[in-house]
Design a protein. Structure first.
Length: 261
């Protein structure tokens, strides 16, 4: 059964954009290689459709077997050999890898839920081991696609219902929620935490330096000034009072050693 027929038999809505596979080359698929196209964000749904069919000046088409649009549409490009993998780990090559391209700029553009789930569905139906181009390219670092976490992708593929059974609405809702948090909420949360920690360290350091600069020789007053300066520098952060006290204690120990010397 051809790739197109497999996807159709599983109930996926596949657009037939097939061209002949690269002529004269044997093709026996045994793995799925995930890519992103690198098309600019905002360039449309499937701007690379024609390119994937006919290739480039330096590389003959077709350039993948399956193309996924930004709206989650699935396009069958060829059932035969395609030039997409380049130099990769043995035993893998263009002769045994199904190339799945996802329209995305690869520079921070968020994959739509529909596009992500379409890639999951295609990989699940094909039932081959899944690899990211960045994982098996040679030399390592030559490729960065796809711009999402492959371990997470494989876990979602493994949790997807058997081919032909489709998604129950509850399963779809769970996957969409997970995808939302992984792609949108979690990176934003990490960035906020990093910013808050960076500011916390800077404010704590400023508070210590300000208190030390105001040192008046009164040991008890100095310790309290350090604690007040640090605490005042970073208001409203959960649990910071404990951290501020620890920093103040460390500064107090240092000051005590200076006074004894």
């Amino acid at each position: 059964m051809s790739i197109y027929e497999q996807l159709r038999a599983a109930g996926l809505d596949v657009r037939d954009a097939r061209v002949p596979g690269y002529q004269g080359r044997a093709y026996r698929p045994a793995g799925t290689l995930i890519h992103h196209t690198g098309s600019p964000a905002g360039s449309g749904n499937v701007p690379c459709l024609h390119l994937c069919q006919v290739g480039r000046v330096d590389l003959a088409g077709p350039l993948c077997q399956v193309l996924i649009g930004r709206d989650g549409s699935i396009w069958s490009i060829t059932d035969g050999y395609a030039n997409h993998a380049g130099l990769v780990d043995l035993p893998w090559s263009n002769t045994n890898l199904v190339g799945v391209e996802i329209e995305n700029d690869g520079k921070g553009e968020t994959y739509s839920d529909a596009a992500y789930l379409a890639a999951v569905a295609v990989a699940r139906v094909l039932s081959y081991p899944q690899f990211g181009h960045k994982e098996i390219c040679l030399p390592r670092g030559r490729k960065i696609d796809p711009s999402f976490d492959m371990d997470y992708f494989r876990s979602v593929v493994a949790a997807t219902p058997e081919p032909g059974m489709g998604f129950e609405q509850a399963d779809r809702d769970i996957l969409l929620t997970i995808n939302h948090y992984v792609q949108k909420v979690f990176p934003q949360w990490l960035a906020e935490v990093e910013a808050r920690l960076t500011q916390r360290i800077a404010d704590a350091a400023a508070g210590v330096h300000a208190a030390l600069a105001a040192y008046d020789g009164e040991e008890d007053a100095q310790f309290q000034a350090v604690l007040d300066a640090i605490t005042a520098g970073v208001p409203g952060l959960p649990g910071f009072a404990v951290e501020a006290q620890a920093v103040a204690d460390a500064v107090a120990d240092e000051l005590a050693q200076r006074l004894e010397s």
